[in-house]
Design a protein around this ligand. Structure first.
Ligand SMILES: NC(=O)c1ccc[n+]([C@@H]2O[C@H](COP(=O)([O-])OP(=O)(O)OC[C@H]3O[C@@H](n4cnc5c(N)ncnc54)[C@H](OP(=O)(O)O)[C@@H]3O)[C@@H](O)[C@H]2O)c1
Length: 175
């Protein structure tokens, strides 16, 4: 069982524009069944965590429908709307406590920190982040939501090209 931060990024390390737009990403070509793709990755996931901005983006993008079947913890200080039947757990609890709940829920499967970057950083702060997977789009944004605003040592485990994207998989080096 491992905890992954899997995300797409601009080449200069932003995962959304300052206005939370992903137009720069969704216009690119990727083979979702191809190397290091989302569909392959998602099969191993038993629990998700995301921050409030990411949750709000997903809800806007999917017209209020919830597409994930796995239990999902959404970190927020607000009483966000949750669609009927969605296994979404709003939380402001301690990261380690939530990670323990996620681990129990995921069973043999892995945990996906969807974003944003600071939330992934909070898991890393607690020594709870094992891998970082980044799909780099061929674009720079100049500003926006940061990929992973922490100083972390990483080991490159794997690399692939998937159409427009340069994909890297890294292990978080601890200690
Ligand atoms: N490129 C990609 O593949 C990709 C992947 C994921 C996300 N994104 C995008 O990247 C952007 C990320 O936005 P963001 O940087 O604002 O990060 P975010 O993690 O999505 O949201 C940050 C918010 O989460 C809540 N939060 C974070 N940590 C918390 C904690 N410990 N306890 C309670 N609440 C906590 C706070 O919300 P409140 O205090 O307001 O409740 C905080 O303002 C979004 O636009 C998202 O759509 C892109």
């Amino acid at each position: 069982m491992a905890t992954h931060f899997f995300t797409a990024s601009s080449l200069d390390g932003f995962i959304a524009t300052e206005e939370h737009s992903l137009d720069w990403l969704l216009s690119r070509d990727i083979d979702q069944e191809g190397p290091m793709s989302y569909l392959q990755f998602e099969k191993r996931i038993g629990a998700l965590a995301m921050g409030a901005s990411t949750y709000e983006w997903v809800m806007r993008h999917e017209d209020g429908r919830w597409g994930y079947t796995q239990p999902t913890w959404v970190f927020t200080h607000r009483a966000l709307d949750v669609p009927e039947g969605a296994d979404v757990r709003l939380t402001r609890s301690d990261i380690a406590a939530v990670h323990a709940e996620m681990t129990a829920a995921a069973g043999e499967q892995d945990i996906w920190i969807v974003g944003g970057g600071d939330l992934a950083g909070q898991f890393a702060d607690g020594g709870l982040l094992d891998e970082v997977w980044v799909q780099y789009a061929p674009v720079t944004l100049g500003a926006g939501a940061p990929l992973l605003p922490r100083a972390l040592e990483l080991e490159l485990l794997d690399v692939a090209r998937n159409r427009d994207f340069l994909c890297g998989r890294y292990r978080v080096v601890r200690g």
